[in-house]
Design a protein around this ligand. Structure first.
Ligand code: HEM
Length: 264
C-alpha cells in the first residue's frame, strides 16, 4: 500500500512554504476515495451548512467566478444549491477558501469558504481575517514565513496555479473536524492526514482560491520508507510544535507506531 502524497519525505515540499508550480489541468484531484468523500460532503452541506459554508457579502462576484472555474474544469453542470459555494462543494472533493485583497489593504483576507473537511479549525472564527491573523496559533508561522506567504499571494499569476502540501497525524479518520480543541479529536487508530493545497488566481475578480484536497490514510498504509521518513520528521519537533499538533501523548504514540521502521 501507499499514500497519494508524502510531503514530509520530499525536501522541496517539506521546507516552508514549499510551494511548487502546478499543471492547470491537475488543479483538482479525484482519487479512490471520491465516492465516499462526495457523499459526506453532500450530507454536511445539508446538515451542517452553517459550519461548512460562510461568506462575506463582498465575496459574491468571486464565488460566482469560482463556480464557473470548477464547472469549466470538470465539464459537467453544477448541481442545484442556493449558494455558488454549495454548488461547487457538491461537485468536487476540494474545499475552497476565497482570499481577497482590497485597495489599501496590506494582506489577503478570507472572504468566503466551503470547508467540509476542516483540520481542527473553525471557519466562523477565521472569516474576514487576514492571513497572518489566521495563522496566529501556528508556532512555526514566523514573521519571515508570513512575509513570504503574503508575497506569494501577490504573485500568483492567472493560468499559473501553485501547490503545496501539509501533513498531520490524527487519532481518527474523521474528515470533518471543525474544532481547534484536541479534546474533540477522538482516540482511535492513528492516521496520516495530508492536505494537497492549491493556489489559483481568478482573472475577473483577482481573488485567489485556496483549494484543500484532504487525504486520510491509516499509518499502516505507509510504505516502510514513508514510515521511516515520517518518524524522522516527527522526532525532532519541539514542545510548541508537539502541543500544537495534538500533544505529547499523541506524539509519543505516533513515534512508537513508526519506530519499527525508523532507521537505526
Ligand atoms: C503558502 C501558504 C501557506 C503556508 C506556508 C501555511 C502554513 C501553515 C502551517 C505551517 C500551519 C500549521 C499546520 C501545519 O503545519 O500544517 C497552517 C495552519 C493553518 N492554515 Fe495555513 N498556510 C498557508 C496558506 C493558508 C491559507 C491561504 C489559508 C486560508 C484559509 C490558511 C489557513 C490555515 C488555518 C486555518 C490553519 C490552522 C490554524 C489554527 O490552528 O487555528 N493557510 N498553515
Amino acid at each position: 500500500m501507499t499514500v497519494a502524497h508524502a510531503p514530509w519525505a520530499e525536501p522541496r515540499l517539506a521546507r516552508k512554504p514549499g510551494v511548487q508550480p502546478l499543471d492547470p489541468a491537475a488543479w483538482l484531484e479525484p482519487g479512490t476515495d471520491t465516492a465516499a468523500q462526495m457523499a459526506r460532503r453532500r450530507a454536511l452541506i445539508e446538515t451542517a451548512r452553517g459550519t461548512v459554508l460562510a461568506a462575506l457579502p463582498e465575496s459574491a462576484p468571486a464565488q460566482a467566478e469560482l463556480l464557473d472555474a470548477v464547472v469549466a474544469h470538470v465539464g459537467t453542470e453544477a448541481p442545484p444549491d442556493p449558494s455558488p459555494l454549495g454548488r461547487a462543494g457538491r461537485m468536487v472533493q476540494e474545499d475552497f477558501c476565497i482570499l481577497e485583497k482590497r485597495a489599501g489593504e496590506g494582506e489577503y483576507r478570507l472572504t468566503a469558504a466551503i470547508l467540509c473537511f476542516p483540520s481542527r479549525w473553525s471557519l466562523a472564527e477565521k472569516l474576514g481575517r487576514p492571513l497572518t491573523r489566521i495563522h496566529a496559533p501556528v508556532p512555526d508561522y514566523t514573521d519571515d514565513l508570513a512575509a513570504r506567504v503574503n508575497r506569494l499571494f501577490d504573485g500568483v499569476r492567472t493560468g499559473r496555479p501553485l501547490w503545496r502540501a501539509n501533513w498531520t497525524v490524527h487519532p481518527t479518520d474523521e474528515l470533518h473536524q471543525p474544532s481547534g480543541d484536541w479534546r474533540h479529536a477522538g482516540e482511535g487508530m492513528l492516521h496520516i492526514r495530508v492536505e494537497r493545497q492549491t493556489f489559483l488566481r481568478l482573472p475577473r475578480t483577482g481573488a485567489v482560491v485556496f483549494g484543500i484536497r484532504t487525504h486520510v490514510d491509516p499509518l499502516t498504509a505507509l510504505t516502510a520508507a514513508q514510515a521511516a521518513s515520517l518518524h524522522a520528521a516527527l522526532a525532532p519537533l519541539g514542545a510548541d510544535e508537539i502541543a500544537y499538533r495534538g500533544g505529547a501523548a499523541l506524539h509519543r504514540d505516533a513515534l512508537a507506531a513508526l519506530a519499527p521502521f525508523a532507521a537505526a
